[in-house]
Design a protein around this ligand. Sequence first.
Ligand code: NAG
Ligand code: NAG
Length: 343
Amino acid sequence: MRLISILSSVICLLAVLPSPAQPPALQVLESGRKVSIRGLSVVTDQVIWASGTGGAVAKSVDGGATWDWMTVPGYEKRDFRDIEAFDENTAIIMGIAEPAVILKTRDGGKSWNKVFEDSTRGMFLDAMDFINEQTGIVIGDPINNRTFFARTYDGGEHWEKVNTSSFPELVAGEAFFASSGTNIKLTSLNNAYAILFVSGGTRSNLWTGFFHKDSIPLVQGKESTGANSIAVSQASGKAVVVGGDFTKDTASGKNCVLLSFQQEGVKMSVPYTPPHGYRSGVCYIDEQKLISCGTSGIDVSTDGGMNWQLFSKESYHVVQKSKKGNTVYLAGNNGRIARLITH
Ligand SMILES: *[C@@H]1O[C@H](CO)[C@@H](O)[C@H](O)[C@H]1NC(C)=O
Ligand SMILES: *[C@@H]1O[C@H](CO)[C@@H](O)[C@H](O)[C@H]1NC(C)=O
């Protein structure tokens, strides 16, 4: 009798306890091409664009079931490190250097128009971001010791260089990574329009606006170290920065910083369990759930970035959530594109 009642209460307890959270999984959609993908733009759950080496652009309009791979004519040797797409017809791609170029298609990738070109020595574009379909910015490594910027107000048809002569100089060796097209964000925080970008190299700083910087507690001091990616959760006024040292890509620690934007400034904290290695991309799945990827694997967090759990050792460069949906896609070496499956 007693045993039965104990057993039945245990059974009751088991019945009400939630089953342990199942880890997410990856569904690999594409792989086996000689393309390193660092540009990824997920417009909806159905429309996904990616860009990379060898002048390659890939597009799916059916949620990743089938892909249309193209090589941009005349740019077969270029590395398109970032892409921003607005729908299945319209996308902008960024070629990093010598000359730096930005191209735009309005016909789904059949033709590409050059909308920006700069052959200044040392010019190296790193990433673009758009706050809507009109207003965007591109960031490049310092020219004359000052961060390079160009802006567009007409959906990337025209770009104008920002006059940076009054901007602060960067210290020697502080620059930006072009590892996932996500080190700059145009956003609105505390109801104010904000530009955020993160640097690496000899110094790793969070720049809030063109004039203000705060040192980030990330590994820094070498060409391979510092911040690679920033993701913003507008609803909670929070952000997360990831990076590390890409030459020691399994080293944990000093590779992730949590930011909280408050009236008196930005508060920084470090995770209790950091991601398990160098990470080049990060994004919010919702306010509590995050995902981060790099050459040594993928981590997820379900507590706002405080604790990260390694769930794959596969290499991915970039992770993005659908701008108008919920699906999360990743991309990386060997033309690999995958979808995150959550339970
Ligand atoms: C850039 O900064 C270095 C010192 O960090 C200085 O020696 C050099 O003259 C500066 N270059 C320009 C173009 O201002
Ligand atoms: C850039 O701005 C400075 C003032 O901050 C001005 O003196 C200079 O002429 C401007 N340069 C260009 C190319 O407009």
